[in-house]
Design a protein around this ligand. Sequence first.
Ligand code: NAD
Ligand code: ZN
Length: 366
Amino acid sequence: DVTTLPVQLGERSYDIVIGPRLLAEAGARIAALRPGARVGIVTDRNVAERHLATLEDSLRSAGLTPSAVVVEPGEKSKSYGVFEQVVDALLESRIERRDLVLALGGGVVGDLAGFAAASLRRGVDFVQVPTSLLAQVDSSVGGKTGINSRHGKNLVGAFHQPILVLADTDVLGTLPLREFRAGYAEVAKCALIDNAPFFAWLERRWQDVFGGGPARIEAIASSCAAKAAVVARDEKETGDRALLNLGHTFGHALEAGAGFSSRLLHGEAVAIGTAQAFRFSASQGLCSAEDAERVARHLKSVGLPTRIADIPGALPDTDGLMDLIAQDKKVSRGSLTFILTHGIGRCFIARDVDPAAVRAFLDRER
Ligand code: NAD
Ligand code: ZN
């Protein structure tokens, strides 16, 4: 019941291992790569309370030496201040070049710990133990790490690939349902980009994915494999990797519009953004209205939002949203780049989207 996905990036390769009980096996798997190493664990308080002891016991019984730095949960921890605390704590634990940094947590911890690993002593190897669905299917795969600046999200960071990813599917049992749903938006996104059969499978099996068990492992493995394949083709995001931004241009504008608050989780913004990318494509005659409806229907059936009106509280008006879209990093030199679609599983990069068409679409969406 454990799936191993080998990832090949240039000369380097590593495994993404997905399945139950991996936290308890982490020690043996890590000791096989770095016998006797010190392991500087970075985690957040929510995850530490539930899962840190299991991991530490497993590492100790495999002859490794764990230490842990626990940060506050939430996006605010992707900051210069917390980054400094984490790096100093790792130095105090005497993590050397031959040792390891381990991220135990969601995407926040993965991005923060990965960047700390990339910077500490000019680069220490790093293991991802993602504990949120979003981290298991998305942020732990691909090597992007970093923190936020007052100028925007993820603006300071490094590409630093892990040497191992252990996605323990049992750990998801303690993840709040709302967070699980938000991560599911990225699963659906992966299917919608280029895998229509996977999307049809999700339509039939999503309840089993939410329920746990083999269908969940299969969905996580398919999403990881899809992301790893895109990343292997385009590690530094010069081309194809942009497809993973399906739903993210509209989504980021909505997230920023909601002030990156708990009113709208990233995955919820991606769900709305994905539904919008399909509706916008339909409005431009690129894809059928039936496909756009089918996508929205599925996202809605799992309990995700699909429209701006689903977001509680006030949001910027159309002009405000257009400004936020223009600020998004995917805008290059005046023209808007969007991931649009010819239908389910048939997304493509559209580099010259007319801002006036987007504005008119957003007006109709309100
Ligand atoms: P998160 O790390 O904040 O985790 C969400 C919440 O769930 C937190 O409160 C956390 O404490 C809690 N949690 C995590 N695992 C848990 C568990 N097993 N049991 C109980 N609670 C648990 O958020 P996220 O959604 O995992 O990740 C979002 C972050 O990921 C953002 O900062 C985003 O920028 C980043 N991201 C990075 C990449 C990348 O390629 N590096 C890709 C996508 C997203
Ligand atoms: Zn995302």
